[in-house]
Design a protein around this ligand. Sequence first.
Ligand SMILES: [Zn+2]
Length: 839
Amino acid sequence: MRLLLVLITLLLSSLSTLAQSGKVDMDYYLPTDVTYNPNIPTPESVLGYTPGEWHVSHDKLSEYMRTLAAASDRMTIESRGTTFEGRPILLLTVTSPSNHSNIENIRKEHVKLVEDGSASLSTSNMPIVVYQGMSIHGNEPSGANAGLIAAYYLAAAQGPKIDALLDNTIILFDPSFNPDGLQRFAYWANTNKSININADPQDREYDEVWPGGRTNHYWFDMNRDWLPVQLPESRARIKTFHNWYPNILTDHHEMGSNSSFFFQPGIQSRTHPLTPALNQELTKQIGNYHAAALDKIGSFYYTEESFDDFYYGKGSTFPDINGGIGILFEQGSSRGHAQETENGLLEFPFTIRNQFTAILSTLEAAQGMRKQLLDYQRDFFKNARGEKGSGAYAFGSEKDAGSAYHLAEVLKRHQIKVHEVAQDFSQDGANFKKGMSYIVPKNQRQSRLIKAMFEKRTTFQDSLFYDISAWSFPLSFGVDFTENASLSKAGNEIQDLKRKPAPAVGTSTYAYLMEWHDYYTPKALNTILNKGIRAKVGMQKFSVEGISYDYGTIMIPVQNQSLNKQELASFINEVAQDANVTIKAVSTGLTEGIDLGSNQFRALEPARVAMIVGEGINPYDAGEMWHLFDTRYNMRITKIDTKDLGRADLSRYTDIILPNLWGNAINKGNTDKIKQWVRSGGTLIGYKNVANWFERNKMLDIDFVKTKNPAKNVSFEQRRDFTGAQVIGGAIFEAKQDRSHPINFGYTGDKVSLFRNTTLFIKADSTSYKNPIQYTKSPLQAGYISKINLKAIPETRPFVHQSTGRGEVILFTDNTNFRAFWYGTNKLLMNAIFFGSEM
Ligand SMILES: [Zn+2]
């Protein structure tokens, strides 16, 4: 045993020696004016190296945090769920042992601050709550690696200063906001590390393989999901957030290697108008603590010149509409172990030390401003109650229970009170039906957040946005909405939101019918077709047995199937229950309108879908579709890498999706191959910039609207703002729909709200029925668009379809799947997949 220990020690020390310039000592990071409890395991004792020498994988990070929590009475650890790759979503709660023994009472007292009746609470001795989150972008690793040192410090440091800190603070320490991304990046940086650390920026170590470690498993930017809350990591975080209502929430990032260190506030003119002015002043005051701490270690930094607090879906902005203060940190990235930069050699340990310094300066600010921040939080909610509107919002859908349910689900995740509809009612031209609609009272704690989620803003102080400028949820979910509902329409408040099960399907001797309106009908159809069951789509409306059926109704005949009558009946019922959709058994083919035997019912084939991914493809756009098919519709989608396209057998697929393209990702040979596949019957679906590729390769006949923007009286200093103002970072536009066209099957109204973040405008075709989706005359619904672009977009078309040989080419200029919360337009992609050959 002794010999083994000696061997291990020898091995470890030789590794450290091998690391040469990568070797680092804990003294480099830790304050030296305090002593450390020797019973607390150091990071090295668990990891086998000192942080900074290697990039910590999430597995090892978890191991250390668990070891630490087991050894320290200042810490507890919990797993709040798992990521898509099965990694634990950990949270450490750090405070004094005496606070720990009373933690639930402290929590309850704290959250009373946000409730009615908070005026009587004394904040004089109340602990402050700080939520510190690391590396939400997995390839911005200095945060998570600094977390190792911070957690050690919080567990091991001795003396009156740390005791006071722990007595006065509840620290919710989230060691990795994005476990799957961190793991992916650590693998890349470590496997490419040389013994002789090579700081040449052109080394492979600094150029990750596609899609990189920034995103989560399905290639989502996790730092955009705080508001939509569609991903498991965000759900865990939001739960913690509402459980505690932190006063400060920090978000530790990295930026370009030539930059120094940034801390908020960001650009003031780009703060969301619903955020109180005092929020930014307090952010600035907190910033003084960061500045002092960074001055002390001689590190350079800047503030207020970039980044912003506009989109509430970011971690550093979300708290601002929830009574807290969000702080963004950005460290110039070494992206691997060391890189040459304009500022000299930038080493990984240096980036870790800056983040560690900011972690501590945040806690120091929390001490210094404790009462001020607690009172601010109380006032935030008190003032919000004061501006309460009367009445309620209502939303719902007469035919699509799925989408309405999922919007209610998002609201519930944000602790927003949602009620059932007591009785059917109509308002502002829409029908709100019991069981399909929901009521949200305006007068409730989260009134400001609700406003931020529901509003349709079109005027702005600034014309530049770090991210999207609009995210109105009723539009993204495509539901009917009114902000003028009376509270008298509200039924019971929904405590436990559940979907009503689908009605049982009877046994038919003739056929089954499924209208195409519910969000989950593609899931049902896919299961049916994959089972080898024949199904058809109705091209026209009809009614049978007293019920009317809309365009795009799916018909499953009973005769000539691989299952007998009884088997088919039970299979169809299973499908209906599983997808939660309504399917009806009918006993006759004679209808008003097209009969069930009509040629206007077109046979459908199982969709075998591939998507081109890899170098040259935007991973966000691709990941959103992968996630959509895989997690919502249980549909397989084959991801073909651009580098493997040459040898891929495309004849296996009925549909190929080409997400937003960068540069010349697809060479001439592969272009010809794809064209040939289309001519022999494939459906090719392209998004956004693929429009240019389609046009260049003569696959679509499209005519772009050209805009002119001459720079007049624009100074050199203003040039970036000038060009930036022409960008559509993300806004919402209204288009009218021809519901008889298969691309629009399943929609009930004649308008759809589209999310767009491109400036590609395509002229309408002179043949009107070739413009089944066309922007209205004044299409802007929410968000920022420049005057020039606003003039260009009316009556252009975001959708183009053309038949080529036996196949189809389809283009969407807009993103129908944006960030997994644009439920309202997912159906458009599914229509292209299932009905592409009927267009
Ligand atoms: Zn980042």
